[in-house]
Design a protein around this ligand. Structure first.
Ligand code: A3D
Length: 320
């Protein structure tokens, strides 16, 4: 059986980390693409030289021409610019929208059958624009944010409760921005919901509120520490979980920025919701019942995303 071909559009901090993880996990051959000459080739060669040590056979190549991604099974898009301290994700919209137009054209021409995972920020608006620019099926264009936001929430909760991260599950819904909605009710330790853990004296409502806020600010906390860019290890790991779910038809239930066509009462918008990812791409959007306060937060988040999409249409009217 031929090996999977995984194209990484953008070979910066996340792109390089993705390539290394794909090698270590033996998920397939990797093509690194970037407009910067030498970067994808250099990172590809460096990681390839680690393969004899780590014992993987993935072939890694670097290219500056979209022809190199031809026939890719999965494309992970990180092309564009990241935040610097003081910037919001939304400040990146103008520059990264133009990048999505180029990436969309490349995907349409060379990888129309791929499962595409977008990471470029502002995430929900960029994945929406990328699907339109590329014309690929909505089931095959998805955004990575919820897996990362949930992982941050899980990590902070595991620290608070002094239990293994493996036993903490959580859901974060809505857009990947300040309006994201960490779902307390649906977050558990080995099946015990967080509200019950408050009753059991494991934590307090105040402490939980602080953790929710730290999750919302999770990206900014790392930008503030790194100063020259944004998080890349956890974002890469999160996208790999999504790629693996597709390539291995795992039918994993993961929170992703998925296209809504009426679910949750929302149309023509990408926003973070739980979905099933398998060989068919996004095979199902799972609609959970929201309480009054949750619905309000979700609606605010959707409105923020839709505002960004309207700003995209002003710059690129063909997206309307
Ligand atoms: P960085 O290390 O700067 O890599 C971006 C790469 O894109 C660079 O190598 C650029 O040369 C390349 N690039 C720029 N323009 C183009 C183009 N037109 N075509 C192809 N390549 C191009 O950034 P990074 O890897 O740290 O982050 C990449 C993106 O992910 C940024 O937009 C971040 O904001 C975003 N990000 C999203 C999350 C989410 O959870 C959604 C988390 C972290 C970062």
């Amino acid at each position: 059986m031929a090996r999977n071909k995984i194209a990484l559009i953008g070979s910066g901090m996340i792109g390089g980390t993705l390539a290394h993880m794909i090698g270590l996990k033996d998920l397939g051959d990797v093509v690194l693409f970037d407009i910067a000459e030498g970067i994808p080739q250099g990172k590809g060669l460096d990681i390839a030289q680690s393969s004899p040590v780590d014992g993987f056979d993935s072939r890694l190549t670097g290219v500056n021409d979209y022809a190199g991604i031809e026939g890719a099974d999965v494309c992970i898009v990180t092309a564009g610019v990241p935040r610097k301290p003081g910037m919001s994700r939304d400040d990146l919209l103008g520059i990264n929208l133009k990048v999505m137009e180029q990436v969309g054209a490349g995907l349409k021409k060379y990888a129309p059958k791929a499962f595409v995972i977008c990471i470029t920020n502002p995430l929900d608006a960029m994945v929406w624009a990328l699907q339109k620019f590329s014309g690929l099926p909505k089931s095959h264009v998805v955004g990575m944010a919820g897996v990362l936001d949930s992982a941050r929430f899980r990590y902070f909760l595991a620290e608070e409760f002094k239990v293994s991260v493996e036993d903490v599950t959580s859901f974060v819904l809505g857009g990947h921005g300040d309006s994201m909605v960490p779902m307390i009710r649906y977050s558990t330790v080995a099946g015990i919901p967080l509200p019950d853990l408050i009753k059991m004296g494991w934590t307090s409502k105040e402490k939980l509120d602080q953790i929710v806020q730290r999750t919302r600010d999770g990206g900014a906390e790392i930008v503030g520490l790194l100063k020259t860019g944004s998080a890349f290890y956890a974002p890469a790991a999160s996208a790999i979980a999504m790629a693996e779910a597709y390539l291995k038809d795992k039918k994993r239930v993961l929170p992703c920025a998925a296209h809504l066509s009426g679910q949750y009462g929302v149309k023509n918008t990408y926003v973070g919701v739980p979905v099933v990812i398998g060989a068919g791409g996004v095979e199902r959007v799972i609609e959970i019942e929201l309480g009054k306060a949750e619905q309000k937060m979700f609606d605010n988040s959707v409105a923020a995303v839709q505002g960004l999409c309207e700003a995209c249409v002003k710059i690129a009217p063909q997206l309307a």
